[in-house]
Design a protein. Sequence first.
Length: 362
Amino acid sequence: MAIPTIHVGCGQFGLGRLQMAIKCKGLEPVACVDIDLETAHRAVQSLQGEGTAGLANRIYRSITEAREKNYAEACLIYTATPSHVGLVIESLNLGMHTLCVKPMACNQGEFQQIMKAHGARPGLMLVQGQNNRWNPAAAKMREWLRQENGIGEMLGGECRGWIRQKVNAGGPGNPPQADTYVEGLFFHSAACHQLDQLVAAKGLPKYVTAYVHRRSAPELDLTGVWGTAGGQALFEYENGAPFSYTGTRAAHADPFGLGSRWSGHWTFHGEKGDIRRDGGHLQMFRQGRVVDDWYLQDLHPGLGEDDRIQLDAFADALTTGKDREWLQESTLGTWILMEACNESARTQSKLDVNAFRRKITE
Ligand SMILES: NC(=O)c1ccc[n+]([C@@H]2O[C@H](COP(=O)([O-])OP(=O)(O)OC[C@H]3O[C@@H](n4cnc5c(N)ncnc54)[C@H](O)[C@@H]3O)[C@@H](O)[C@H]2O)c1
């Protein structure tokens, strides 16, 4: 039976996710929450498909009110970023399993508050929503990195994230996006799309040394706020293997299309072989030959399918326990790693990721 779910946030991105929550098999949206009731009502009414009937009449201003009037076991949060911390805690305190789109928190203080609320209810599942790990190309890369007969122990790797992304600094009647004014949101909002795939496959590295690009690009509304434009990081895994990352929001070319730029260009070297990936094209090499070669679906249009798969995985983890720990720990791990990058860049130091994780989670 599908899990009764409250959907929070009916804005541009949130509405598309609501459509996918309706479409997925494992969840059943029973109520919505948005502070802008009128706009949300119009938006929800525009949705298609079975399960939409009456939903537009069950929109509330708060999760608490929605939960009082409707039975629900899970809550999906897709509101503006600075509101996440309060909404995640409210949802957990109401006893609901919670998935909040990245970034779940804007800073370490917010993340610590969330961990405290979750620590009081460890039986509830808490997930940071990350859609880029769910398409077939990302799944194939993860499979190759984890399987016995893949490239063997990872010896090193790299990822480049290359996108030209217009953020929104606001204006009359147009609230600014947190990405333009909250420090450190390059790693949390952009780099996380690529690096979540690494965390999902290889877990957290032992050390990180990172830098941010101090770049203003007024035409993209990048106003020079620290940590919002781009960044670089060098990770070191337990076995000493290095992995490097370079990404920017202000890229100047478009060689492979939006999807592949978000997905990243990757190389992995292992003791038995090597992997190259450009968006949906993946190749595995051994002894100088291509031994496996795939063109797979990369990001789906509007990330719809990616999120439908994610929401079904969330529901599956809740009903059958499948990948429950991996889903929770790896997505929260992505937040921790992105903040470790910010911390390293701020303090200009090589950071012990495990010690940092303990500091902000215990
Ligand atoms: N690939 C991705 O994962 C991806 C892509 C785009 C956006 N996002 C994230 O999704 C979130 C929403 O994006 P969007 O484009 O829908 O934003 P939006 O600004 O279009 O909509 C935000 C909605 O949240 C509502 N809201 C704000 N504060 C609220 C509160 N306290 N309680 C209830 N409702 C509240 C607003 O009324 C609005 O309807 C952002 O955090 C953004 O970073 C993720």
